[in-house]
Design a protein around this ligand. Sequence first.
Ligand SMILES: Cc1ncc(COP(=O)(O)O)c(C=O)c1O
Length: 362
Amino acid sequence: MIDDFDIQAVVEALKSDKITTGERVEQFEKKVASYCGAKYAVAVSSGTAALHCAYYAAGISKGDEVITTPITFFATVSAIVMCGGTPVLADVRSDTINIDSYEIARRIRRKTKAIVPVDFASHPVSLDMIMDVARENNLVVIEDACHALGAEYRGRKIGSISDMTVFSFHPVKAICTGEGGVILTDNEEYYEKMLKFRNHNIEYGTKPWQYGIWDVGYNYRLSDIHCALGISQMDKLDSFIARRREIAKTYNEAFADVEEIITPIELDYVKSAYHLYVIQLRSMDREKFMESLASQNIGAQIHYIPIHYHPYMRMNSGYKIGDLPNSERYYSRCVSLPIFPKMTDGDVEYVIDTVKKIIGVK
Ligand SMILES: Cc1ncc(COP(=O)(O)O)c(C=O)c1O
């Protein structure tokens, strides 16, 4: 949701001396880091770039295995492949649809280098258990929190717990910079590595013209124009989340007695920022349900086609349908209903009434 303050902030950035690598980048990084309670932040051009930076900093390279979830956007996995690593999928819990810590533990081998849990729909993963498993096995935890800026786990903000935490600022996310992402960490070594990696891996010498490159890096920088928007958006993050939580509560109450619908859960020790509101249908034909919503101008989505269903994985991994039953059952019946801060109470009521009509309940 972009307002006049955001527009003004971007106009000021455009009028300033530096529209990239300027002071707004650092200001934005500091703002996100301090909101989440992390020491360091590195702003980059997308959530995918942020994942790539974090995986690189963790040292993921050819032959390394990285354990992650099948229920995520493919970028979580493609950035592993970009580093030369091999994605290993661990099934999800059937309540939160987050990666199951026991399934992670079962898949750890000598080649395992890192765990990449995803806070699906903004519901934090079981960070205590995942961090314990990682520490016991000397693994790095890179949390893909692209859905979860502002979410909390046992009273702590997401971004302050894992070794590295990745956020995305794509327009559908909690706040937006147009495109953009950030990695948070308390580890100075990771931080220094990522600063260089986002800037071609340049190492500067003692003279102004001197620089050298020891490893391939990328141009993953985020401009001051984007960061100006991010700084302005951060001021509204809490109100955006409050509105998302209000909408989720209204949906939960409206669907509580509807037998056909399984509503999303929120465990009592977390606070979700409700990036998504995903219901599951017990028996109704999902295609027909979504077509009926579309015919009433309601945009529903499916999050996500499981990772191992994609042709790339079919051709390049040994996974087959049937291997990850919780993910597959969830996928066969999930539907994401609209949830965004700009929705009016009337919009929410319209979605509820339409869903109930399609299902055939009052
Ligand atoms: C879980 C997850 N990881 C990574 C990404 C990639 O982020 P971006 O689109 O900013 O590259 C997304 C984006 O939708 C996502 O949902």
